[in-house]
Design a protein around this ligand. Structure first.
Ligand SMILES: [Zn+2]
Length: 406
């Protein structure tokens, strides 16, 4: 506690701790000269109700304690993932709130404490966050889960030319894992997939109407997608061409427009539920082959079209894929994302999930990446701050390295 108290006083001295409510960078309009002077860097955690919680049943006490700790250390923003995927996190699979829409019911994660009306504690966390001066966002993925095929019969998935799913499981994969991975990569050209996403977002936002906003991860295509029926007929309708006869540049442009329009539609939905909700999106990967533009274009994440959506912020992936070259590479991603404002998704896990291998992070990596971030923040006025992931799955020394460095 003494360390925390000292840290708090240090932060007070440096001006990083403000009174409740005064941090509001994610909602500010393009900065004028006066705002520039007062610009403060945001720090926060990205956590989750279930993902990688393993056998722990995280409830009110856990998240309440986290909010207290955040306040002590001057953190002002919290992002909470509202679902887990069993393919990455055995033990939890599904939506971690008490869904009302019957079509979503099969995707409920019954192991999640928050997934039942009697034990839904998240409203109290939102309330406490606001009393504590912390903004609370949720993260929702444009992905399906086991049960999506039954709830939305005929839904389509990202498909390769030979008809396979883009994410294919190995021949020896058991049925559960095969179902989990095959239900995941829904295609945004499929009307049923998009209806599913609208239903999911509406269900969660109407329940937690006092949130500060939502961050979406995906939709995305891959380089070899998409040959599903819906994509082919939309492509034909929009360009007059079939998938096999279109030139690469025209295809990439079309993908960008499809992703843009999908995200605009969801933005309208989000704002119709509560016009105060902020709208963020994960994009920008420092590809280890250095081909950032190619990676983004193949996904349909062209900056030009993303910028037309009107996001409050985007979240590039600073995951340490490039080890000590990560700052250099992430700066290239950030340049590519201009003029979008960004809040940096900063992975600091030591232990990676199954099927998602990244280099492990320790205190030294964390100190270096935050040191870089603080310097770079001064040079780039689109930089809002850094959020650290995954809060429930880091060793104590990594947590302390964050608090010591911000
Ligand atoms: Zn498709």
């Amino acid at each position: 506690m003494q360390t925390k108290r000292r840290q708090f006083l240090k932060l007070m001295g440096s001006g990083l701790v403000c009174s409740a409510g005064s941090f509001n960078l994610l909602s500010c309009s393009p900065s004028g000269k006066n705002q520039e002077k007062e610009r403060n860097m945001i720090f926060g955690w990205t956590t989750c109700l279930t993902y990688q919680a393993e056998d722990r049943k995280l409830g009110y006490d856990y998240f309440s304690g986290l909010l207290d700790e955040m306040k002590i250390h001057g953190m002002t923003h919290l992002i909470v993932m509202m679902a887990s995927h069993g393919y990455f996190s055995p033990g939890n699979h599904g939506l971690a709130w008490p869904v009302k829409n019957p079509k979503l019911m099969l995707q409920l994660d019954k192991n999640a404490l928050n997934a039942h009306e009697e034990t839904d504690f998240f409203p109290r966390i939102i309330e406490k966050a606001h009393e504590t001066g912390i903004k609370l966002f949720i993260e929702i993925k444009y992905l399906g889960m086991i049960g999506v095929k039954e709830g939305y019969p005929g839904i389509e998935f990202l498909t390769k030319q030979n008809g396979d799913y883009t994410h294919k499981t190995a021949p020896d994969t058991d049925d559960y894992e095969r179902n989990a991975i095959e239900a995941m990569h829904i295609c945004c050209d499929s009307e049923l997939a998009h209806q599913y996403m609208r239903d999911k977002i509406q269900d969660v936002l109407e329940r937690y109407i006092n949130l500060d906003g939502i961050v979406l991860e995906h939709p995305s295509y891959t380089g070899e997608s998409c040959y599903c029926q819906s994509s082919r007929s939309k492509l034909l309708q929009d360009t007059g061409k079939d998938r096999h006869e279109i030139e690469t540049e025209e295809l990439l442009k079309w993908k960008g427009i499809r992703i843009r329009d999908t995200l605009i539609d969801l933005k309208k939905l989000v704002k119709s539920i509560n016009p105060k909700f902020k709208y963020g999106f994960y994009t920008g990967v420092p590809a280890t082959d250095g081909n950032i533009v190619g990676f983004q274009d193949n996904r349909g994440h062209r900056t030009e079209t993303l910028a037309q959506v009107g996001f409050d912020f985007v979240m590039p992936y600073c995951e340490g894929r490039n080890r000590d070259k990560e700052p250099e590479m992430i700066e290239k991603v950030i340049d590519h994302l201009a003029p979008l404002k960004f809040y940096l998704h900063t992975t600091i896990r030591r232990d990676m999930p199954r099927h998602y291998k990244l280099p492990p992070k320790g205190p030294q990596y964390i100190k270096n990446i935050i040191k870089w971030g603080k310097e770079y923040f001064k040079k780039n006025d689109r930089f809002l701050g850094m959020t650290f992931f995954n809060e429930v799955k880091i060793p104590e020394e990594n947590r302390q390295a964050v608090y010591d460095s911000i």
